[in-house]
Design a protein around this ligand. Structure first.
Ligand code: GDP
Ligand code: MG
Length: 585
C-alpha cells in the first residue's frame, strides 16, 4: 500500500458519545472483527476500561477497505485504514495528543441529543491545533430526543463547521455508517513522507508482553521498515535488530514490512519499556536523521504517597508498581519514607481519574493493597535566600526549615463547564467558593450556557466534579487544561496526635480555608479513633467468660484489627481513617 492508499485517523468525542461503539462498527464493516462475536468496545482491553466504560489507553487497529463510491467495478482500489481509538477524559488528553500525532484526520463524534459537551470542545481544539482534517459525525440519531439540526448549529457557532459536512449516524442501528469510511478516504489526506528515504518512525506507545518482550507501536513517517533491518533510537543511540514487524489487524499480525505512512508494531529485542521512550524517533541504524518533533512530556498534576496497606508488603508493592509503570509511562515514581506509614512511593499522575485508575489497576492486576495519602498538587515555594523549590509532598516542607518562606505559587487550570442555563447561579457560587475567577460566560444554544473559569488546581482535584454534578442534577460537563502558576497565600497544615505531627496527614491549604479544613479533618479523625477504642473495649468485655477458644478467637480478631492500624506515638490510627480523610480538604 503506497501512502496514497493509506489513511490514518482517530475518533474523538466527549465521554459516552459513542466513540468505542463506532469503532466496533467500523471494524465489523471491514471484516476486521466478526459481527456479534467477541465483546463490545473491542478496543477497550483493560479491565478498568471495561468496568468503568471508559477508554484509558489509546489503541490502534488496521482495516482494509474497498472504496467503491468512486468506481463501482470490483477492482475498486483497496485502502489501508488505521483507526486509533482515544480516551475522552481530560486526564488522558496526553494519550489523545499522542495518537493525533500519527493521524491526518479525526472523526469528531457528537451525541445528537446531548450536543457539544466540555470534552468535545477540548478534543476539537487538540485536533484543530494538530492541523487534522475534521469530519463531524452526529451519532445516536436513533434516540427519540435526537436533534441533529441543533447540533449542526452548535458546530457552526463554536467551531465554524459547515453544517453540510456533518454525517448523521447511529452506531446502534447502523444507519448512516456506510458514509463514514468513504468520507475518511475522500476528506482526509494521505500521510506525507518520503518513500525512498532511510526509515524514520515515531514511537507512539510501548508495552511489555511476557512472551514477546517489548512491543512498540510506531508510525512510519519516511521509508520502509523490514524484518531484519537494523534500527537505532535517536534518544539513546542504542541499536536493535527488527525481529518482527506487522500491523494490528486487530491483533498483532506479522507482515514483515511497514511502508511509509503506515502504523503498526515492531519487536526488536528491547529489554524494558524504559528503552522504548514514547515520542522517541527510531531510524535506520548508522544513518543520521533529524528526530521527529515527539511529544510534550506528560505533566504531573496530582501527587500522592502510596504505601503498602500492611508494612511488610513493601517489596510486593514495589514490584507491582514497577510492572504497572512499564505499561503506563505517564506515572512518575520516587521512593519516600513516612514516619507514620513506613516505606512507600510518591507518585505523580496526570489527574485524579488517572490516579484512581492506577490504584484500581494495582489492586486488580497485581493484587496490591495500598493506602494513599491526601492528593496534592505541585506547589512552588520561595525562600528568603531567593531559592525556589517545587513541593510535591507537603511533609517535605519542614515546619521550620530554618529558611523563611517569602512567597508561594500554585498551579491553576482553565475550566470549561457546560450546563443548562437554569444551573448557572449555583455553578457560579461553587466556582467562587473554590477561589475561581470567571473568564467567560456565553450561551451555546437557547438552553445551555458555557462558563470558563480560572481555578486553582488544588480546588478541583478533590470532589469538585462530584459537587458540580450534584448541584446540576448530573447535567454539567466539565473539562480543564492546565494553565500558569499564580501567587497564593498558602500554609502548611500539620495534624498532631498527642502532640506529635503525623507526616502522612500534612497538607498545604489556602490560608483562609485552613481553619475550616483543619476542623473538619480533626473531627473526622477523632470519630475514627473513638469508634476504635469502643471496639477494643468491646473485645475485652466479652473476654470475661471462661471459654478459652472463644477468648483466643477474640484475641485473634483483635490482632487482625491491629494489623490494619498504624501506630503514631501512642495512638493507633486505623487505615480507613487515612482513606476517609482524603475526602475532606
Ligand atoms: P465512548 O465513551 O465515546 O467510547 O462511548 P461508547 O461507545 O462506550 O458508548 C456509550 C454508550 O452509548 C453505550 O452504552 C453505547 O451502547 C451507546 N451508544 C453508542 N452509539 C449509540 C447510538 O448510535 N445510539 C444509541 N441509542 N446508543 C448508542
Ligand atoms: Mg470508549
Amino acid at each position: 500500500y503506497p501512502p496514497e492508499r493509506v489513511r490514518n485517523f482517530s475518533i474523538i468525542a466527549h465521554v459516552d458519545h459513542g466513540k468505542s461503539t463506532l469503532a466496533d462498527r467500523l471494524l465489523e464493516l471491514t471484516g476486521t472483527i466478526q459481527k456479534g462475536h467477541g465483546q463490545p468496545q473491542y478496543l477497550d482491553k483493560l479491565q478498568v476500561e471495561r468496568e468503568r466504560g471508559i477508554t484509558v489507553k489509546a489503541q490502534t487497529a488496521t482495516m482494509f477497505y474497498r472504496h467503491t463510491t468512486a468506481s463501482l467495478d470490483s477492482d475498486a482500489p483497496r485502502y489501508l485504514l488505521n483507526l486509533i481509538d482515544t480516551p475522552g477524559h481530560v486526564d488522558f488528553s496526553y494519550e489523545v495528543s499522542r495518537s493525533l500525532a500519527a493521524c491526518q484526520g479525526a472523526l469528531l463524534v457528537v451525541d445528537a441529543a446531548q450536543g457539544v459537551q466540555a470534552q468535545t470542545i477540548a478534543n476539537f481544539y487538540l485536533a484543530f491545533e494538530s492541523n487534522l482534517s475534521i469530519i463531524p459525525v452526529i451519532n445516536k440519531i436513533d434516540q427519540p430526543t435526537a436533534d441533529p439540526d441543533n447540533v449542526k448549529d452548535q458546530l457552526k457557532r463554536l467551531f465554524d463547521i459547515d453544517p453540510s459536512e456533518a454525517l448523521l449516524t447511529s452506531a446502534k442501528t447502523g444507519k448512516g455508517l456506510e458514509q463514514v469510511l468513504p468520507a475518511v478516504i475522500e476528506r482526509i489526506p494521505s500521510p506525507p513522507g518520503k518513500c525512498d528515504s532511510p526509515v524514520r518512525m515515531l514511537l507512539l506507545d510501548s508495552y511489555y508482553d511476557e512472551y514477546k518482550g517489548v512491543i512498540c507501536h510506531v508510525a512510519v513517517v519516511d521509508g520502509a521498515l523490514r524484518k531484519g533491518d537494523k534500527i537505532a533510537s535517536a534518544s539513546t543511540g542504542r541499536a536493535y535488530e527488527v525481529l518482527d514487524v506487522g500491523i494490528m489487524h486487530p491483533e498483532l499480525t506479522p507482515t514483515g514490512v511497514l511502508y511509509t505512512g503506515q502504523v503498526g508494531y515492531v519487536i526488536s529485542g528491547m529489554r524494558s519499556t524504559k528503552e522504548a521512550r514514547i515520542g522517541d524517533t527510531l531510524h535506520q541504524a548508522k544513518s543520521t536523521v533529524e528526530p521527529l518533533p515527539g511529544f510534550k512530556p506528560a505533566k504531573h498534576m496530582v501527587f500522592s504517597g502510596l504505601y503498602p496497606a500492611d508494612g511488610s508488603d513493601f517489596e510486593a508493592l514495589s514490584h507491582a508498581i514497577e510492572k504497572l509503570t512499564c505499561n503506563d509511562a505517564s506515572v512518575s515514581v520516587t521512593k519516600e519514607t513516612s514516619n507514620a506509614l513506613g516505606m512507600g512511593f510518591r507518585c505523580g499522575f496526570l489527574g485524579l481519574l488517572h490516579m484512581d485508575v492506577f490504584h484500581q489497576r494495582l489492586e486488580q492486576e497485581y493484587g496490591a493493597q495500598v493506602i494513599s495519602t491526601i492528593p496534592t498538587v505541585p506547589y512552588i515555594f520561595e525562600y528568603g535566600d531567593g531559592s525556589k523549590v517545587q513541593v510535591e509532598n507537603p511533609a517535605a516542607l519542614a515546619s521550620n526549615p530554618g529558611k523563611r518562606v517569602v512567597a508561594c505559587w500554585e498551579p491553576t487550570v482553565i475550566a470549561t463547564i457546560i450546563i443548562p442555563s437554569e444551573y448557572v447561579g449555583p455553578v457560579i457560587m461553587l466556582c467562587s467558593e473554590r477561589r475561581g475567577e470567571q473568564l467567560e460566560y456565553t450561551f451555546i444554544d437557547a438552553q445551555r450556557a458555557l462558563l470558563k473559569y480560572r481555578l486553582p488546581l488544588k480546588e478541583i482535584i478533590v470532589d469538585f466534579y462530584n459537587e458540580l454534578k450534584g448541584i446540576t442534577s448530573g447535567y454539567a460537563t466539565f473539562d480543564y487544561e492546565d494553565s500558569e502558576y499564580q501567587q497564593s497565600d498558602l500554609v502548611k497544615m500539620d495534624i498532631l496526635l498527642n502532640g506529635q505531627p503525623v507526616d502522612a496527614m500534612a497538607t498545604i491549604v489556602h490560608n483562609q480555608k485552613a481553619q475550616r479544613v483543619g476542623r473538619e479533618l480533626v473531627e473526622k479523625l477523632k470519630k475514627f479513633i473513638e469508634s476504635l477504642s469502643a471496639m477494643r473495649k468491646n473485645v475485652l468485655a466479652k473476654c470475661y467468660g471462661g471459654d478459652i477458644t472463644r477468648k483466643k478467637k477474640l484475641l485473634e480478631k483483635q490482632k487482625e484489627g491491629k494489623k490494619r492500624m498504624k501506630r503514631v506515638g501512642s495512638v493507633d490510627i486505623p487505615q480507613e481513617a487515612f482513606h476517609e480523610l482524603l475526602k475532606v480538604s
